[in-house]
Design a protein around this ligand. Structure first.
Ligand code: URA
Length: 176
């Protein structure tokens, strides 16, 4: 299930250049969920192509896989103005699309607070849940979930950078 090209389910349609659809390979069953498209993603129509994307690409490469081996998507498919966090209402409006991307996954990786808020209903510090497997419910089905840090949160924080690295190695093991 994909948003119509002219989707107006929420107010984010007013500021977007284009809808940013998932990128990668859905057949491996591993799906990364980020927060929302930023400026570069909005312009290029692809998730994680800006600064966060470079960090993520580098860490995947270090762990021995690439974005072609997973599906990369976001809680909302349109850029929030000024890169603010997407609201609960915006995430709820986009949720049917996300659910259809996740329902047959064998592992969903939640990158950062917005993904964990949307998918786990968790609103506390990431340090409490990062890199511990749990389960979420998607369209009535239980799906394995790995909460971890958003690449942007690792720029000035060595501990979260190391944890995201470890998470990428955990994903690599799943791919083998
Ligand atoms: N780019 C994305 O596509 N998602 C994010 O969460 C951040 C940057």
């Amino acid at each position: 299930m994909r948003p119509e090209p002219g989707c107006q389910r929420c107010g984010l349609c007013k500021g977007r250049t284009q809808i940013v659809f998932p990128d990668g390979d859905p057949s491996t069953g591993i799906v990364f969920v980020g927060e929302a498209p930023g400026e570069n993603e909005d312009l290029q129509g692809k998730p994680f192509v800006g600064r966060s994307g470079k960090i993520l690409d580098g860490m995947m490469e270090e762990a021995g896989f690439s974005r072609k081996d997973v599906l990369i998507t976001n809680t909302v498919k349109c850029r929030p103005p000024g890169n603010r966090d997407p609201t609960a209402e915006e995430m709820a409006a986009c949720r049917p699309f996300l659910d259809s991307e996740l329902e047959n996954a064998r592992l969903v990786v939640g990158l950062g607070k917005s993904a964990c808020r949307d998918l786990m209903g968790y609103d506390g510090p990431m340090g409490r849940i990062a890199n511990v497997f749990t389960e979420i419910e998607v369209n009535g089905k239980k799906v394995r979930f790995l909460p971890t840090y958003h690449p942007a949160a690792t720029i000035y924080n060595k501990t979260s950078r190391e944890d995201l690295r470890v998470a990428m190695h955990m994903v690599k093991e799943e791919l083998e």
